[in-house]
Design a protein around this ligand. Structure first.
Ligand code: ADP
Length: 476
């Protein structure tokens, strides 16, 4: 199949969260099974064009955006490999050459995000129209690319479309006024669509041949729990015949303690000496002076409400009281960030906080921490708990979505982590207290670590399911 995979972020070139990890790894896996994959994302300023061998193809065009003609140029990445997906980038520095991908440093979204991603998607349509791309199938990801199935159907292009939704919280609403950036043909079709449905995600869900999300449990929850699918609850139930959940995988060539080049001491399940050395290095990095035999809990996350930070903030004094140490890495909402800073200042021997994107530290937290805290209120899939399992860093999670699909409660013999199922800070604290108690029993703890490190969430299985989904979409 000729497939174009469209995403607003693609690791290792650009990354704000898990979408980038998936957009980096899944096309790689699909192309290793013989499909011809082109991945397209915007060319952000953070991408180092010289070092990454990213050059212009000389192809470009003007895209009409309201009364303006806005230019783009297509770049590609020369990876010097015979296999692997082709990587393309849409270049326009006014729109994409900014410090952040979607937001200002304080977490506030750019005011022209709809303009930016309409433009991005219209550039893709242009590249199909001029037959630079001749796809059998277009795989769209999240609301930034969810208009494409609508555009493709409106133009009667014979191309199958898939929309993968990595998070239903962000639906890409646009105003009547922003509708003027659409082509006449698309704008006319909007007339019949009620204004409460004027979102990229609604149009993507109703026009894509197949829609999926990134874990089976989240898919079921979305159909049943209105608060999780937001305004799309009835839409999703109407399209349930073409809606499914496929669990994300992990790229173990990049996220595995055996071969992680970001960490100083590599290690394997049968010899965890390297892990203990990484723990001490991490404690030194955090400026902790106390190396007593207490668990170190890691957290790597965007600072947003649904990742569970309000519960965590409630119990930090209790954790300090218990003597555990916590390292938080993440940026996002100002109030959460400020509270973490305050706690780090108040408890310098127990709490550390770094408020920026730091790939190297993320790997060192996975490798050095004993436990990984991820009490998300909802979680489409979650990747960090999957990475944590591979590093023997035991996940402490809320029983929801992809967390429930990947973490099993330790029962004294089986299980790879700890879960709580009432969403309150006291239940979170109970779970952590239980884990800390078991941590003291080294025999039990080493069994949990073995179970965790054995779990296999490589992309192999999931990529096969995507190919099945592509085939169904093509049949449709
Ligand atoms: P989400 O996609 O909702 O942000 P995931 O758990 O699926 O959550 O993926 C988050 C990804 O982003 C992981 O690879 C994680 O390591 C990474 N990440 C998040 N914040 C940071 C940060 N501040 N520094 C480095 N990596 C981060």
């Amino acid at each position: 199949m000729n497939i174009i995979f469209i995403s607003a972020e693609v690791a290792p070139f650009s990354k704000a969260g898990g979408l980038a990890d998936v957009s980096g790894a899944l096309p790689q896996q699909l192309s290793s099974t013989g499909h011809n994959i082109s991945v397209v994302s915007p060319l952000y300023s953070k991408i180092n064009r010289e070092m990454d061998s990213i050059r212009t193809t000389g192809i470009g065009a003007l895209i009409q955006m309201g009364n303006e003609d806005v230019p783009f140029e297509l770049y590609n990445f020369d990876h010097n490999q015979s296999d692997g997906p082709h990587q393309y980038f849409i270049h326009n520095d006014d729109l994409f050459g900014r410090e952040g991908i979607y937001t200002l440093p304080n977490g506030e979204g750019f005011a022209d995000n709809n303009f930016r991603y309409f433009f991005f998607q219209k550039a893709i349509i242009k590249l199909i129209e001029i037959e630079f791309f001749k796809p059998d199938l277009v795989h769209c990801n999240d609301h930034h690319t969810a208009m494409l199935p609508f555009f493709i159907i409106n133009r009667k292009m014979e191309i199958a479309t898939i929309l993968t939704v990595h998070n239903f919280q962000y639906q890409g609403y646009f105003s009547q006024d922003e509708g003027k950036y659409l082509d006449e043909l698309d704008a006319q079709r909007l007339v019949d669509i009620p204004s409460e449905n004027r979102s990229s995600m609604y149009l993507g869900c109703t026009h894509a041949h197949q829609v999926n999300t990134v874990s089976p449990t989240y898919a079921v929850e979305l159909l049943n729990i209105k608060e999780l699918s937001y305004e799309l609850h009835s839409t999703l139930n109407n399209i349930s015949h073409k809606f499914s959940g496929i669990l994300n995988g992990a790229d173990y060539s990049y996220w595995s303690p055996e071969n992680d080049t970001f960490i100083k001491h590599q290690y394997i399940a049968s010899n965890l000496f390297g892990k203990s050395k990484n723990k001490v290095d991490l404690q030194i990095y955090c400026g902790f002076k106390n190396y007593s035999d207490k668990p170190l809990i890691g957290s790597i996350s965007r600072l947003v409400e649904n990742k569970g930070f309000y519960l965590i903030l409630d119990i930090i004094p209790d954790l300090v009281e218990m003597g555990v140490q916590c390292v938080f890495l993440g940026s996002g909402m100002d109030d959460i960030s400020q509270s973490l800073k305050d706690f780090a200042n108040q408890y310098p021997d127990n709490i550390f906080y770094e408020g920026r994107f730091n790939e190297e530290l993320a790997h060192n937290i996975e490798a050095g921490a004993d436990m990984f805290l991820m009490p998300s209120r909802f979680e489409p899939c979650g990747l960090n708990q999957i990475y944590s399992l591979k590093y023997g860093t035991i996940p402490l999670v809320y029983k929801t979505g992809g967390l429930a699909d990947t973490v099993q409660q330790w029962d004294g013999k089986n299980g790879n982590g700890f879960l709580f199922d009432q969403y309150t800070s006291s239940e979170l604290l109970n779970m952590i207290q239980q884990a800390v108690k078991i941590w003291d029993d080294k025999k039990q703890w080493s069994s949990i670590i073995s179970n965790a490190m054995e779990a296999d969430f490589s992309w192999n299985q999931s990529a096969k399911q995507y190919i099945g989904l592509y085939e169904t979409a093509l049949e449709n």
